[in-house]
Design a protein around this ligand. Structure first.
Ligand code: SF4
Length: 61
């Protein structure tokens, strides 16, 4: 068995990874993420873990 297979890793989607990054950037506060004032940050629109370009698009089943 490969060593890598032994390690349980959580694979994140890109927007979930951004949300996690924003969580760190905001000192671990969800309120700070929601109220982020850095609107020119490239991650701003993805900070809540959603992709606004996919709003209304349903997942494939
Ligand atoms: S949008 Fe940018 S500035 Fe705001 S919390 Fe995320 S990484 Fe930090």
């Amino acid at each position: 068995m490969l060593e890598e297979a032994k390690i349980k890793r959580k694979i994140l989607t890109p927007v979930k990874a951004i949300k996690k990054y924003c969580y760190d950037c905001s000192g671990g506060s969800k309120k700070e993420i929601r109220e982020c004032v850095i609107t020119d940050c490239p991650l701003y629109v993805y900070r809540m873990g959603k992709n606004p370009n996919r709003k209304g698009v349903r997942k494939k089943s």
